[in-house]
Design a protein. Structure first.
Lengths: 124, 364
């Protein structure tokens, strides 16, 4: 499945979807295909301050553990609790139900990230 | 960089959509449909694994039995023709060089070893000195598959010339297909399920795989499974893996494999192992159930009350138990069942409890 056009992409495979000044972050199908069965997602608590380009958590699969990176700086306003009970949502619906965190980024600028077209050209 | 070796089933793996990885210098299938799915399919139906990368060595000559008695910890001489025995090969210090299965045929001996240790063992055997013994490395002219699962034996009974259900566990039989193709069927495995491991010539391999999978038809009882599932299956079954529970830094007794070591026999490492047996191991291999949902992994430190007292050798989320399980070496004094421990998981502290192995036992 190609990466959807309604969001932007970091080189580390996190998608960033901007709605007003809230950016929702998750990972792409490509990343999910590499990880295979996800068994655990370690997400930050509400209120945590994130720095751009830094790791905000970890994702564990049967294969390996990987860091998760945010391309934006801001405050975590919500973390997807559903992933605690069912981490496989990341496998089955990485662009929808498998979302990970929502970050408040006033004046958010995602220009530095790849478009869906650019991401798909690289990892189609 | 040297090119990776390919088994006779390489094309099949690629066609089946397998994710291929480098394992011990071979290009092997890590998974086809998903590690958890392939694991669960093996526990409920039957899976076929390509294990052709493993070393297959044929020993002939008048001195073969004596040689194997010298290098193996197990008293293989006690084995009868048609029998297979699990053994360790140790160095003079009693440390483990590999774990192997040695089978006695009518006119020769056969050893199956880990892919990663084949060259090491051949070098070791040459160093030990082959008196009246010839070793033929049959790895690259044979193929080997493992068919494992509760439905494996029944399936094979319907497909092979002679019933596998008539072969006892850890015994084998030589069968012929159409009077031309000869192959050996071993009633053994590395998953904790019943099943067989089949060795045949490379030219017959492709034919055999297609035949096995085609004869399944729409039922699809038998499905391919990769090395990822093979690892989670053997971990649940409490079986050691070389490079993890078995290394040149540990001896078989600390790994709980005393049953495969005959201390009354003379073999390379026997003296060191007798001393180790009388002193008792400083650290013992244990199984652990980990609290929460994070997997402990090889190399993670095991602690109690802040004191470091062990190391994790293998760990994963158990698809059958649906919780993380692990194996590791801990100070002997803290190795009894029920002991509470902590595992350092990248700075996070995981609670773990020592548990008896295996984690999973099949219904008989």
């Amino acid at each position: 499945m190609g990466a959807p056009a309604d969001r932007k992409y970091a080189t580390t495979h996190e998608w960033h979807k901007q709605e007003g000044d809230v950016v929702t972050i998750g990972i792409t199908q490509f990343a999910v295909d590499e990880l295979t069965d996800v068994t655990y997602v370690d997400l930050p608590a509400k209120g945590k301050q994130l720095s751009a380009g830094k790791s905000f958590g970890e994702i564990e699969s049967v294969k390996a553990t990987s860091e998760l990176y945010s391309a934006v700086a801001g405050e975590v306003v919500e973390a997807n609790d559903a992933l605690k009970d069912d981490p496989s949502l990341v496998n089955t619906d990485p662009y929808g139900k498998g979302w990970m965190i929502k970050v408040k980024v006033p004046g958010a600028n995602l220009d530095g990230l790849m478009t869906a077209e650019q991401y798909n050209a690289k990892h189609g | 960089m040297a090119e990776l070796k390919r088994t006779p089933f390489y094309d099949f793996h690629v066609k089946a959509g397998a994710k291929m990885v480098d394992f011990a210098g071979w290009e092997m299938p890590l998974l086809y449909r998903g590690i958890i799915e392939e694991h669960q399919h093996t526990r409920t139906a039957a899976s076929i694994f390509d294990v052709s990368h493993m070393g297959r060595l044929k020993f002939t000559g008048k001195g073969a039995e004596a040689f194997l008695q010298k290098v193996c910890t197990r008293n293989v001489g006690k084995g009868k023709p048609g029998q297979s025995m699990y053994s360790l090969v140790c160095n003079e210090n009693g440390k483990t060089l590999d774990d192997v299965i040695v089978s006695r045929f009518d006119g020769h001996w056969y050893m199956v070893c880990n892919a990663s240790n084949r060259e090491k063992l051949l070098g070791w055997f040459a160093k030990v000195g082959l008196l009246n013994t010839e070793i033929e490395d049959e790895t690259e002219k044979t193929a080997m598959v493992a068919i494992q699962g509760p439905k494996a034996v029944g399936l094979l009974d319907g497909v092979l010339p002679d019933p596998v259900s008539d072969i006892r566990r850890y015994h084998f039989e030589t069968m012929r297909y159409m009077m031309i193709v000869q192959f050996n069927v071993f009633r053994s495995g590395y998953t904790g399920e019943d099943g067989a491991e089949i060795v045949c010539g490379t030219t017959a391999a492709g034919m055999a795989m297609n035949y096995l999978l085609k004869s399944e038809g729409e039922n699809e009882v038998l499905k391919p499974a990769g090395l990822g599932a093979r690892d989670t299956l053997r971990l649940e079954a409490g079986m050691p893996l070389y490079g993890h529970e078995l290394t040149e830094e540990t001896d078989p007794l600390a790994a709980g494999l005393g049953w495969a070591v005959d201390l009354s026999k003379d073999f390379i490492g026997a003296e060191s192992l007798r001393a180790a047996a009388s002193n008792g191991p400083a650290r013992k291999l244990v199984g652990m159930i980990v609290e929460g949902q994070r997997a402990a992994r090889q190399g993670m430190e095991i602690r109690q009350g802040g004191k470091s007292l062990g190391i994790v050798t293998s760990g994963a989320m158990s698809p059958t138990l649906k919780r993380p399980i692990a194996m590791g070496y801990v100070d002997a004094a803290l190795s009894s069942e029920g002991t509470g421990l902590e595992i350092d998981c990248r700075g996070n502290c995981l609670s773990a409890t020592v548990t008896a192995l295996p984690f999973y036992k099949r219904q008989k």
